[in-house]
Design a protein around this ligand. Structure first.
Ligand code: GLA
Length: 405
């Protein structure tokens, strides 16, 4: 009798353990089924942020047409937080955010947008503000009470913490707090997050920090747009709906790239199904920047529901050709002139009978002479694959087409 009772208790305990661990150890389903689109404060403002800027950026996201083009997250990066109260609750900087985070989230939501915050797996954030280590569940509950929809979670000051383990703690904490939050893993690719992060978060940084330049490199680990693209290029097979490689936020409109380079940066990010997180001052964009960020035909490549990340298909004579499989058996091709001189291509389709992995299921995309071609920056249909594809491409520019059966 005693043994039977003990057995029952053990079974009950195991069942309890099984249900609680399976219920809590998961990320939220059905979030970020296409790459998240929005804005973040870091690239332009770094630590110099306040609630006035955030409100005005939310206004500008609507008035510039970005919201209509699909942008939705307004994310505050590092330096909104200042300390903890005596109960360990995280406190926003009351000088720069006097109304508090709940009021700011409410404002962003009132515009039909979503609200994002930043924290860090370490004791301090990368800019030295309080991190979430040891406070993960408490912070997650606070974010839920404020109405946070997106959390970027950094990896500075972590001592010997294991990245996967640290991110699983915050994943479980967010899940336990019950408000669906898109989780960005930001450990810069060090532990190859693409191999484990799909079960933990919705996007993971695949590289160090982006810098506002075409091809520069800083010895502390900041990279220009081309270097970032190279690092992210080989990771196509890991991207899928709900789980994205993130080659960092956009530098379009920040002044370090020409309009041509900004256009190429934006197009490559869309070809790579990258999250489109604008990093410029949305309140003071010129027309060229607005046209780049709001090009709906290019954004459609990024947001294609198949969720395939494009890859570098060909490289010849300073030109790279990137390919991305799209729904309805369509395909995007982006010819990037990476050289510093003008190039004229005369692309003979007959030489290329197929594109390996060009179809969504990984099979070859067959090229015949009947495919229709549309120029996505000119927004014009430009013929078929019967004729050679001829185009003059300026240095650092792209020629981006969609081909349709
Ligand atoms: C790290 C991240 C950046 C930014 C800063 C903030 O460097 O990679 O994107 O969030 O921290 O301190």
């Amino acid at each position: 009798m005693k043994l039977k009772l003990e057995n029952k208790i053990v079974t009950f305990f195991l069942l309890f353990l099984f249900t609680t661990t399976t219920i809590s150890a998961q990320k939220f389903e059905n979030l970020a089924l296409t790459p998240p689109m929005g804005w973040s404060s870091w690239n332009k403002f770094a630590s110099k942020i306040n609630e006035k800027i955030i409100r005005e950026v939310a206004d500008a996201m609507v008035s510039s047409g970005m919201k209509d083009a699909g942008y939705e997250y307004v994310n505050i990066d590092d330096c909104w937080q200042i300390s903890r109260d005596k109960n360990g609750n995280i406190l926003a900087d009351s000088v720069n955010f006097p109304s508090g985070m709940k009021a700011l989230a409410d404002y962003v939501h009132s515009k039909g947008l979503k609200f994002g915050l930043y924290s860090c797996a370490g004791s301090l954030t990368c800019a030295g503000r309080p991190g979430s280590r040891g406070y993960e569940y408490q912070d997650a509950r606070t974010y839920a009470s404020w109405g946070v929809d997106f959390l970027k979670y950094d990896f500075c000051n972590v001592d010997a913490q294991n990245a996967e383990g640290a991110y699983k703690i915050i994943r479980d904490a967010l899940f336990a707090a019950k408000r669906p939050v898109v989780l960005e893993i930001c450990e810069w690719g060090g532990s190859q997050p693409w191999t484990w992060a799909a079960k933990v978060g919705n996007l993971w940084r695949s590289t160090g920090d982006i810098m506002d330049c075409w091809d520069c490199e800083y010895n502390w680990g900041g990279y220009g747009v081309m270097k970032i693209a190279d690092k992210n290029a080989g990771l196509a097979k890991y991207a899928k709906p709900g789980s994205w490689n993130h080659p960092d936020m956009l530098e379009v409109g920040n002044g370090g790239l020409t309009d041509t380079e900004s256009r190429s940066h934006f197009t490559l990010w869309c070809m790579m199904a990258a999250p489109l997180i604008a990093g410029n001052d949305l309140r003071s964009m010129n027309q060229a920047t607005i046209e780049i960020l709001n090009n709906k035909e290019i954004i459609a490549l990024d947001q294609d529901s198949l969720g395939k990340q494009g890859f570098r298909w060909l490289t010849f004579d300073g030109i790279e050709v990137w390919a991305k499989a799209l729904k309805n058996q369509e395909l995007a091709l982006c010819f990037l002139n990476r050289s510093d001189i003008v190039k004229t291509i005369d692309f003979d389709w007959k030489v290329y009978t197929h594109i390996w992995n060009g179809n969504a299921d990984g099979s070859p995309y067959r090229i015949n002479d009947k495919l229709k071609i549309r120029d996505l920056w000119l927004k014009k249909n430009i013929g078929t694959t019967k004729d050679n594809l001829k185009k003059t491409i300026q240095p650092h520019d792209v020629f981006t087409i969609k081909i349709t059966k």
